[in-house]
Design a protein around this ligand. Structure first.
Ligand code: 5MM
Length: 339
């Protein structure tokens, strides 16, 4: 395989015990929503300041091994004049890039979504690589109800993820494969498990068909949960349901499973990860994070767009990263939130 040693070196840098991935790849519309919640204008400069703040947090590299960026961040500099991706490397944090172009309705399949962005992907990957990105991320999104996602939708989404992952590996870029079964809705945990299992089976079948090397990719999935309009589940229940599905569907060759937080609160996301690691001491894969909201939320609240709050926001980010590090070791306790 061309670029084999490059891919191996990136995966070794990204997958390390007790470290996780920070998702800072919100598209322009999504980050505008996050900024609106703290009354900050969604300007390019504010996005630069925010992502500079994240990546310059001293000590972050102890708990975070990689950061997913949005396209514009690869051209942005922190105040010292270093590119954001160089500032990440300075802390041994591998920079990567979201390469999908967001979701749209899947034609003739009401309620199913499909992600766009395959056209010209290889050329874009070459460009991002020359700018310093070492890995990429692509998300497919599945809404859940009694009938959704359809079998057709599950197959179409799996095909997209596999074609994306194959294109990445062909260019020497490690793919993060993100099938997100949404937690929105009133479904019970059994229905979420059933859908997550069907989605992951289809994804791994497609990855095999497209010759994707499982050792050189990272899975970024949802946890198995009841619909958020139904009820909130305890961490032990989430961990047991999630591991049951993952043991059935995720090959041992996959080095790391890095969960998305999907709208879980920061403390809930950390507690669930802790339970997963406590219940899965014998698991073949690392169980880590690729959280966006659950890592950034408390820091955003502390920042509020003000220069004088940067240090407090960085402390908040570092605290969440450290607590998630403890959860990766199965050593998190809720009372640590008060330290
Ligand atoms: C599911 O979202 C991903 C993980 O973030 P959370 O932990 O907050 O759920 C995240 O990487 C997402 O894919 C990016 O923020 C891009 O999302 P949009 O909606 O902007 O494409």
């Amino acid at each position: 395989m061309q670029y084999l040693s490059e891919l191996e070196s990136t995966i070794n840098d990204m997958v390390s015990k007790g470290r996780g991935i920070l998702a800072a790849d919100e598209s322009t519309g999504t980050i505008a929503k996050r900024f609106k919640s703290i009354d900050v204008e969604a300007s390019e400069e504010n996005r630069r300041i925010w992502r500079s703040l994240l990546v310059s947090t001293e000590g972050l590299g102890e708990y975070i091994s990689a950061i997913i960026l949005f396209e514009e961040s690869l051209n942005q500099k922190i105040d010292s004049g270093e590119l954001i991706q160089q500032a990440a490397w300075a802390q041994k944090i591998v920079p990567g890039i979201k390469v999908d172009k967001g979701t749209t309705a899947l034609a003739l399949s009401p309620g199913d979504l499909i992600t766009q962005g395959l056209d010209g992907l290889s050329e874009r990957l070459q460009g991002y690589k020359s700018q310093g990105a070492r890995f990429a991320k692509w998300r497919e999104v599945y809404a859940v109800d009694q009938h959704l996602p359809s079998q057709h939708g599950i197959q179409a989404n799996a095909e997209m993820l596999a074609r994306y992952a194959a294109a990445c590996q062909a260019e020497g870029i490690v793919p993060i494969v993100e099938p997100e079964v949404l937690m929105d809705g009133t479904h019970d945990i059994e229905r979420h498990a059933e859908v997550t299992q069907a989605v992951q089976l289809a994804v791994f079948e497609a990855l095999h068909r497209h010759k994707v090397v499982l050792e050189l990719m990272i899975l970024k999935p949802n946890m198995v949960l009841p619909g958020k309009e139904l009820r909130r589940a305890e961490p032990d229940e989430v961990a047991a349901a999630t591991l049951r599905v993952f043991r059935r569907t995720v090959p041992a060759a996959v080095p790391s499973i890095n969960f998305l937080s999907g709208g879980l609160g920061p403390e809930e996301a950390t507690a669930n990860l802790n339970a997963l690691n406590q219940q899965a001491a014998d698991a073949p894969w690392k169980l880590s994070i690729s959280y966006g909201r659950a890592l950034q939320q408390t820091a955003l609240q502390a920042w509020h767009g003000k220069a004088e709050n940067v240090a407090a926001a960085q402390q908040a980010l570092l605290k969440r990263a450290r607590l998630n590090h403890l959860a990766m070791l199965g050593n998190y306790q809720a009372q640590l939130e008060n330290d």
